[in-house]
Design a protein around this ligand. Sequence first.
Ligand SMILES: Nc1ncnc2c1ncn2[C@@H]1O[C@H](COP(=O)(O)OP(=O)(O)OP(=O)(O)O)[C@@H](O)[C@H]1O
Length: 338
Amino acid sequence: MVAIEVNGLTKDYGNVRAIESLSFAVEDGEVFGFLGPNGAGKSTTIRTLMGFQLPTDGGATVLGHDITDRSAMIEAKRQVGYIPAEMGFDEGVTGERFLRYQASLKGDTRSEELLELFDPPMDREIGEYSTGNKRKLAVVLAFMHDPDLVIMDEPTSGLDPLMQERFYEFIRDEQAKGTTFFFSSHILSEVQKICDRVGVIRNGHLVDLEDVETLLERGGKRVSVHVAEPAEPSAFAIEGAHDVSVTGDEQSAQPTAADGSGNTQSADGGEDTSSGRDGTSVSFTYTGDYNALLEHLIGYDVLDLDIEDAPLEDVFMRFYGEVDPDREPSTVGRQADV
Ligand SMILES: Nc1ncnc2c1ncn2[C@@H]1O[C@H](COP(=O)(O)OP(=O)(O)OP(=O)(O)O)[C@@H](O)[C@H]1O
């Protein structure tokens, strides 16, 4: 079954088109990250999906309920948890009182367990809460009725790193029990950690939609190599190498072997290759053929070599950083071989 189905969803604010012709589906049981820079249209999409505002064109269903149908959405929300970007609490009441009020509206089957895990200061007035504590309370409120689907708008903003990790772990546990997640973020590391699939939105258009693993595979490897010889970036302009950068003493041609053997460093990848010794450090992102890379390196006296997955940040910047904002999303999707 499909948890969320979005069909040509478009929303204008006056003459500002915030989102245009969005179409995608969130499958039952998956964690779907909705990624994009500031102003891309993430919150607009989420608010429209929650039924807080009507679409200008197109439509969507949430757990099979039409988002433009008020009574259907009231029904849907019994099974939906929601964490908004801006937490509009009644600041004059205590967390405890607010939670009881929410419980009377939508039920409460697990707040005790959630309070133990996230621990917002329930006996204090919400007006005195820090941003992080408001976020913790919002998490408790979103999950207290044990929803099937949780929609979240940048849920970890304001949480400290420890609490963020706890939240990620909690999401993984909830997913294992069958809960579906749709959430917006511009924190790529969190998307990498917890999402099965991502949709990327730019200037109101969906520019990519795929699983995180594929995105990372397409991103290639980050290669850092320290060679004894001087080298210019052009020497590493091989097919599949991107963003080549070179640092170090480009005049030096000799390795600094203590025993004169030339074998000063093992190629274990554990050393800092960027400075403080002779030779040249070259780093680049590589999406080409591995054999071609190894053949190229044979031409050098390699002192150190480190190859790891390119972080999602690099992938994101390389695939989307240079995209023309006015370009049609479908064109970008084809180019990216989706
Ligand atoms: N209530 C509104 N009235 C007019 N324009 C709006 C309104 N809400 C959003 N916009 C505009 O719609 C576009 C999309 O905004 P939206 O808040 O959906 O982006 P976002 O991706 O959530 O951004 P952020 O990451 O900064 O929260 C922006 O150009 C924004 O200025």
